[in-house]
Each structure stands twice: as C-alpha cells, then as structure tokens.
Design a protein. Structure first.
Length: 165
C-alpha cells in the first residue's frame, strides 16, 4: 500500500529562500480566535497577541525582513521578504529558512503558546496549509500594503472570505 501524498501548492523549481511573498494563514475552520473588529480597528484577543508576537519573531531569522502584516479574527496576512540580492539582481544570501519552514515555525510556536495560555487546548489553531503570492513588482507590493492596512476597516462580515488583492 502506498502512502498518500498531498499535492503541493508550491511552485516547482522555485527557491523559496528568496523573494517577496504575500502570505495568508487561516485559523482552523476559520474560527475567530484571534480577536474581533470593532469599528475599523482590530482588537486582538490573548491568542491574537500571541500570534502577533510570533509573527514579529520571524524577523529574527537571518535574511528575513517583515513588511506589512495584520492579524484578523480568523486569519493573518503578511508580507515577508526573504534573502539578499546583489545590485545586479542575482541571489546573494538566502534566508536561513525557506518560506514553508518559516510558516511552520510561526504555526508551531503560536499554537504551543496559545495552548499554554489555555485557549483551545488540544485543538488545532491553524489550517494545515497557507496561501502565498509571489510579489514581483513594486506596484503590486504597494497595492498589497494598502489591502493589509485597510483589512480591518473593510471587515463588514467576519464570516466572509477575505478578498485578496
């Protein structure tokens, strides 16, 4: 009997230690564990504050730069810049971990800390996968930054799927 393999959503032959990525990570069953939107502002719960601290910790990895991000009630949006490029555009120094390992580190650390805080003990916190979009142009990055900044103000129905830029 052969083991079932999940189909990868990642791009073939891409080095995920370099590049700018817009990432979305959903909570399990889109549960609103991370807080709530009041007016146009996100009010983080204890679990949301932990998720924010764990996201910020990703910036401590070598060659990982954090850009815009927002913790919403049932998902996280963020931009990560991985690796260093030479002035000619060629890869110079890769990030210490590829994108998937960074997201895995975020999910593991935040899940462990959220459970330790007594929230959803023993239950999954995050959806098993994540979405990423390779940001290839500065105009696209500016559009994504605006989308992230405006996400709480545009959050009319917390059960709705977030509309990606």
């Amino acid at each position: 009997m052969s083991a079932l393999r999940r189909r990868s959503l990642r791009l073939q032959n891409r080095d995920y230690r370099f590049g700018t990525y817009f990432v979305t990570i959903n909570t399990w069953d889109r549960a609103p564990l991370l807080g709530e939107v009041t007016g146009a502002q996100m009010q983080l719960s204890a679990a949301g504050m932990i998720a924010q601290e764990c996201w910020l910790a990703l910036g401590g990895y070598s060659q990982v730069a954090l850009d815009s991000f927002v913790i919403m009630s049932n998902h996280v949006h963020g931009v990560l810049v991985l690796g260093k490029r030479r002035p000619d555009g060629q890869h110079a120094e890769p990030a210490a971990k590829p994108l998937g390992a960074l997201i895995g580190a975020f999910k593991t650390a935040s899940t462990n800390r959220i459970h330790a805080a007594g929230v959803a003990e023993g239950l999954p916190i995050w959806h098993r996968n994540y979405y990423e979009h390779v940001v290839r142009e500065s105009g696209g990055l500016e559009r994504i930054r605006r989308y992230i900044a405006n996400n709480p103000a545009n959050w009319h129905d917390h059960d709705a799927e977030p509309a990606l830029p």
